[in-house]
Design a protein around this ligand. Sequence first.
Ligand SMILES: C[S@@+](CC[C@H](N)C(=O)[O-])C[C@H]1O[C@@H](n2cnc3c(N)ncnc32)[C@H](O)[C@@H]1O
Length: 412
Amino acid sequence: MDEITKRVQEMYSQFPYPGLQGKVSSLRWGYDLDFILAQAGSTKRIDQIRVLDAGCGTGELLACCASVFPQAHFTGIELSHRSLEIAKKNAAHVEAMNIEFYQKDIMDVTAELGSFDVIICSGVIHHLSQPEKGISCLAKLLEPGGIMTLYLYCQYTRERNVRIKQAVNILERDQSKFRKRIKIARALLNDYQLRDIALVDAYLHVNENLYTARIIFDLLQRCDLRFLRFCDEPMWNAETLIKDKEVVKMIQALSDDLRYEVLDLIISQAINRNAYEIFAGHDSYEYRAVKEFGKGSLNLYPMRSPFIRIEKDKAHDNIYNLYIIHHSKSPLRLQLSAGSVNLIMKCDGSRTLGQILEETVDESNINTTHQAAMNESLKLFNFALNRDLIIVRPVPSGKAWENIKTVDFSKA
Ligand SMILES: C[S@@+](CC[C@H](N)C(=O)[O-])C[C@H]1O[C@@H](n2cnc3c(N)ncnc32)[C@H](O)[C@@H]1O
């Protein structure tokens, strides 16, 4: 193990992250297994799905995913023994029997661990001594057509954290003196609420790399991976970020890479989040996300995202407010009619799109023709799909709906 990795291990042994033993059992935005599998158009049944959480920390995310999808098979690997011990307790706390844990360095993993349909690596790659080696090792464990999700710090919005660490370094350079550095950082931040573990992770980390969209695209390419989409892809939309139609057109005319690069320079501030969450897949695999609706797609199983909240509008009859709960501190709000809400609520992953459409057409106004009602519903489906309000998979959901609680970041 190299010197940097040893120091990272030591840090997380002293400050196991997130370290919320027995407290967190909420699904984090972006880690809904149905949502991840939908990106690959996966036709596997949920009991055939193998998921790896690489650098699972104290396992809150893993335990939650495993309890929401009790038929899928989960593996957690982690550098810090102490974090792993807490992770096992968290799994036991939510009675998740479908997780295996191993103490391992991501940069050393081999095929012995098995192969995975989904590899989650949240908040880890940017702390590796050799991020490229880590991603390459994980890529070798990814099944053909598998999906990797990465959470990587954003260079443009982490400036404050970097500045605080620089100031602490001037006052106490010795990185092993955590107690003294925590005291100084607290004073500089004037924050006496933040838990020590969260403060060390955010402001005093012993090894941290920062990324931009461009850097991520290049990094993935060097690891024979392909960028598939940002987790919050609907946000990366020139039309919603910029009012001037001419400039929007200029941006839309760019290649995908350049369009993302331009939006990257403005989006992080606009939506107030400090990391990228991305889906990647094998470069050579032809991924077919299930995005189009047509006759052939009526046998898809739509399900509403667990990250939407629907409330009746207080001022207007027949109008509903739909809030999308994501990492941005300000949840996106959409206004929908009662008919639209009815259609979205029917999407519970148990019936096909064809069945749902027939049902809504039957319920619709008798003055409308069958075809017009069908078109109206299809239009709404497309709208909802493009904003990730619903997820579509070719197989029924493996979700235990009763276990789903979601984190509302706007209230965090
Ligand atoms: C910020 S925490 C994230 C924990 C968890 N993924 C989450 O999102 O809550 C980073 C974790 O990565 C682990 N880690 C860092 N380097 C690692 C490596 N080379 N191999 C395995 N785990 C590593 C750390 O021990 C730590 O628990």
